[in-house]
Design a protein around this ligand. Structure first.
Ligand code: NAD
Length: 296
């Protein structure tokens, strides 16, 4: 049993904290929302009255917050983790945030002799509830090995991606590729259909030919060929277009800062921004098919 502080009990953090408590850990949970803390207490966590109080006795601090500004604040401000954690504590930030913030907070923790990893996840709320997330972890090997048993409770795949911030790099590079392949798949199915080739026949051919990709074979954006795909459920998420757009913006921010050319990533961001402008970013990210078809 480990003393764990869990900060950020939203859609993802709530079920993740619950799984740690269910596994027998002593979890003190805190959030700005009292309702979120109440739900965590019902799920077996202890009530954390504040960040400072929650982390005071923790051997491990896990955070699951919206964006880089929240993570910087929760760790680096006077009320926060670095000022109040006990010596030797390990910090795991699982939020999806910009690479610069991840590296800055890990460096600030190191300045105070705390070990810290960035450990963003792939998988949505259902995977968080099932303890089936994939973690992409950046940080020193020793910190990664200390974090692994805790991450194993919340996830089924745990990868060490290398140095601090590399978890975030893996996440945004993967999701940029996914967005590009999804948009390309939508364009191909739409073109085939408009030229008289039905989705199932095109799928049968392309899924065994060189156009094959995960967006097609596991998540086909054209209704029909992959029964479990959101395209057969009116594009209900799944993984919402709004969350894909968040990750694409993080990818473009990092690419611009590092002067790396990502022309298709930039296009993908622009396409998903159109979903947002149309007020349809609550659809699954494969719902970009509707935009390509002119159905939005
Ligand atoms: P959410 O908005 O539901 O939860 C965030 C929680 O953080 C909220 O309960 C909020 O009150 C709390 N919070 C904010 N500032 C705080 C502070 N200063 N102190 C304490 N608590 C604070 O978000 P979510 O959907 O749980 O996502 C969390 C992170 O996981 C995000 O970075 C998101 O991009 C990433 N993510 C989400 C999903 C998903 O499907 N929802 C999937 C993969 C990754």
């Amino acid at each position: 049993m480990t003393n764990i502080a869990f900060i950020g009990l939203g859609n993802m953090g709530g079920p993740m904290a619950a799984n740690l408590a269910k596994a027998g850990h002593d979890v003190t949970a805190t959030d700005l929302s009292i309702g979120a803390i109440d739900r965590a207490v019902e799920a077996g966590c202890k009530r954390g009255q504040s960040v400072a109080a929650a982390v005071a006795d923790a051997d491990i601090v896990v955070s699951m917050l919206p964006a880089g500004a929240h993570v910087r604040s929760v760790y680096m401000e006077d009320y926060g983790v670095l000022a109040h954690a006990k010596d030797g504590a390990l910090f795991i930030d699982s939020s999806t945030i910009d690479v610069d913030s991840a590296r800055a907070v890990i460096a600030a923790a190191a300045d105070k002799d705390f070990a810290m990893v960035d450990a963003p996840v792939s998988g949505g709320v259902a995977a968080a509830a099932a303890g089936a997330l994939t973690f992409m972890v950046g940080g020193e090997s020793t910190a990664f090995e200390r974090a692994r048993p805790i991450l194993d409770v919340m996830g089924k795949n745990v990868f060490h991606a290398g140095a601090a911030g590399n978890g975030q790099v893996a996440k945004i590079a993967n999701n940029m590729l996914l967005a590009i392949s999804m948009i390309g798949t939508c364009e191909a199915f739409n073109l085939a259909e408009k030229l008289g080739l039905d989705a199932q026949t095109f799928f049968d051919i392309s899924s065994t030919a060189s156009g094959q990709c995960w967006s097609m074979t596991s998540y086909c954006p054209a209704p029909g060929p992959v029964p479990a795909a959101p395209s057969n459920n009116d594009y209900q998420p799944g993984f919402a277009a709004a969350m894909m757009l968040k990750d694409l913006r993080l990818a473009q921010g990092a690419a611009n800062a590092a002067k790396v050319a990502t022309p298709l990533g930039a296009q993908a961001e622009a396409v998903y921004a159109l979903m947002e402008a149309a007020g349809k970013d609550d659809l699954d990210f494969s719902g970009v098919m509707k935009l390509i078809r002119g159905d939005l």
